[in-house]
Design a protein around this ligand. Sequence first.
Ligand code: NAD
Length: 332
Amino acid sequence: MRQVTLIPGDGIGPEITEAVKAIFKAANVPVQWEEENAGQTTFDSMGELIPATLINSLNKNCVALKGPITTPVGKGFKSINVQLRQMFDLYSNVRPAKTTKGIKTRFENVNSVLFRENTEGLYSGLEMFDERLQISDSVARLTRVGCRKIIRAAFEYANKHQCKKVTAVHKANILKSAGALFLDEFTTIAKDYPHIQADDKIIDNMCMQLVAKPEQFDVIVTTNLFGDILSDLCAGLVGGLGVVAGANIGDEMAIFEAVHGSAPDIAGKGIANPTALLRSAIMMLHHLDLKDEGNRIEAALEATLANPQECTGDLGGSASTMQFAQNIISKL
Ligand code: NAD
């Protein structure tokens, strides 16, 4: 039995978490949940955003599944997601995007995995504001070690999953220093994987290519800001944030998370779509080497998604969150 920290989160988080727990139980997955929350809910009840009990649980279990957490915009506390990524050096943000039968989109045959550097670049937290001159600076710092780790992670993934190509995305034509550093590491590491095609694209061209011919991409690796934007763009190609998985992975720890927000507009109504959290949980099972369990749940989920009427309203059905979960369970 593997112990995993479960962070239900805010808003719809607890509802979609219950659905995932029910599916895991029905599938007899050998995972024991240790529930510890973070965010607005724990702040309201305990006065703490990231309680020490959560940090202890993460340090002990090294694997977590996390629901969405409410973050105030432009004021208030720093994003809990960003804090957890930096606290535990979760440098790889991994976001698969795959066309699914039954989910209507404008695009077909999309099957890519984006590796976004998660701790550096424009999100390093190096921000200054000069009151007198009214000038704001945000430093986009890249380190060679940081570039090396995310690029290596992307190639290792491509190698393990027999992917044909890894594409590096950058803006080296304008950002000469950062772009050169990233591309230099990319070229060096690519030599260790001669059987994998390595190419690169400038970010603006990449955006155009992704919405014109998304099927040409396999594994994509990029820096923090570009990755933040591209990962949501890729989600949009396959049905949106409600259906894609996400993971934050470091050398010691991995936190798997639904990448959509806490959806306060539908919280408490029992109609939230649990697919994103369930797909993240399936990724987690593969990470834990519980491949058979992961594949079994994935097959039941895919069969349910193929019939939109068995799904929640956002996918064209009329099922509640728990009915959707029951429909998946009935196909296990
Ligand atoms: P949101 O993703 O919460 O909602 C956007 C729209 O998508 C809403 O209409 C919502 O009802 C719908 N939606 C989202 N998830 C859904 C699901 N699983 N099923 C059905 N519909 C779903 O984005 P927002 O409104 O911009 O943000 C709300 C809060 O969430 C903010 O506080 C924001 O900071 C936070 N947030 C957290 C995360 C995270 O923890 N990973 C990510 C994004 C936003």
